[in-house]
Design a protein around this ligand. Structure first.
Ligand code: BV8
Length: 231
């Protein structure tokens, strides 16, 4: 039995809930250039374009529901820790959707931020936000119009990295689900877990860019492979 489990999820876990992944023929990055919508420079060049990119995504996730892969992680977090007192299941996601929360998973670490959050660059407040934003939207707290999507763009430091690294150093099982293993530092988490002797398992449709770092690969749709694994 494992004492401390760390789970990393990527866009692939939400694919079967109808949320497009980033890197595929129909992926999000086929429609917009990363440089234009997922960097601070792109935001400074055209704030409204970036607000609209995330407004569209925020509107679309309102109607999306978790799939059996999300629900399997919630069961793992609830039932496993009950069956083995003192064990932990830490869910770290690169995703900015709220499907882990809708699946009732707890303490999910959104290392790349969240669509349902907004960040005031004037007073540095971050708070829950569900509507469309623009350069005219005012901060609820300070009234400034310097509100930006609470998303970690390329070149920006992912959130809660200290907590994530602590969990990885203490883990004995690392599970990576639905990520292409292209984006760092998340793509380096397996190496870190391996360095402390954890067993590393990747769940994907195919071997990811860092697939060779894992002890095992479980290939197929996460909505099928993950519930089977968790059972
Ligand atoms: C940082 C927010 C430092 C926007 C995102 C060279 C080497 C190493 C690193 C770098 C380098 N050059 C630059 C870097 C750093 C850079 C990076 O890694 N670049 C890459 C492209 C080379 N990283 C950064 O900039 C990070 N920050 O390094 O900061 C720093 C230090 C100090 C101080 C300041 C700064 C920040 C990275 C975060 C960027 N933001 N998103 C948005 O979400 O719109 S990244 C973006 O990619 C998303 O967050 C997404 O989650 C993430 C990863 O993508 P995936 O989730 O893997 O999705 P993808 O589509 O790629 O793959 C889907 C997978 O699912 C596939 O494998 C598919 O097979 C699988 N799948 C599909 N369906 C299913 C399935 N699997 C199972 N079942 C299914 N049904």
């Amino acid at each position: 039995m494992y004492k401390h489990i760390v789970v990393l999820t990527g866009a692939g876990i939400s694919a079967e809930s109808g949320i497009p992944v980033f890197r595929s023929e129909t992926g999000l990055w086929e429609q917009e250039r990363v440089e234009d919508v997922a960097t601070y420079d792109g935001y400074m060049r055209d704030k409204n374009k970036v607000h609209e990119f995330y407004n569209k995504m925020r509107r679309s996730i309102k109607t999306k529901e978790p799939n059996p892969a999300h629900l399997a992680l919630t069961r793992l977090q609830q039932e496993y820790t009950k069956k083995y007192p003192g064990s932990t299941v830490t869910i770290v996601t690169q995703n900015i959707d709220d499907l882990h929360e809708k699946a009732k998973s707890e303490n999910v670490i959104h290392m790349h931020g969240e669509l349902n959050s907004i960040w005031c660059e004037h007073c540095d407040a971050r708070y829950k936000y569900y509507e469309d934003s623009s350069t005219e939207t005012k901060c609820n707290l300070c009234g400034s119009k310097k509100l930006r999507p609470d998303i970690v763009w390329f070149g920006e430091m992912p959130y809660r990295m200290n907590e994530i690294e602590k969990a990885l150093y203490e883990c004995d099982l690392f599970m990576s689900i639905g990520t292409s293993g292209v984006v760092y530092p998340a793509a380096g988490f397996c190496q870190l877990a391996r360095s402390v002797g954890a067993t590393c398992v990747e769940f994907n449709l195919e071997k990811s860019a860092v697939g060779s770092s894992f002890n095992y690969g479980v290939y197929g749709k996460a909505s099928q492979t993950l519930p089977e694994f968790v059972e």
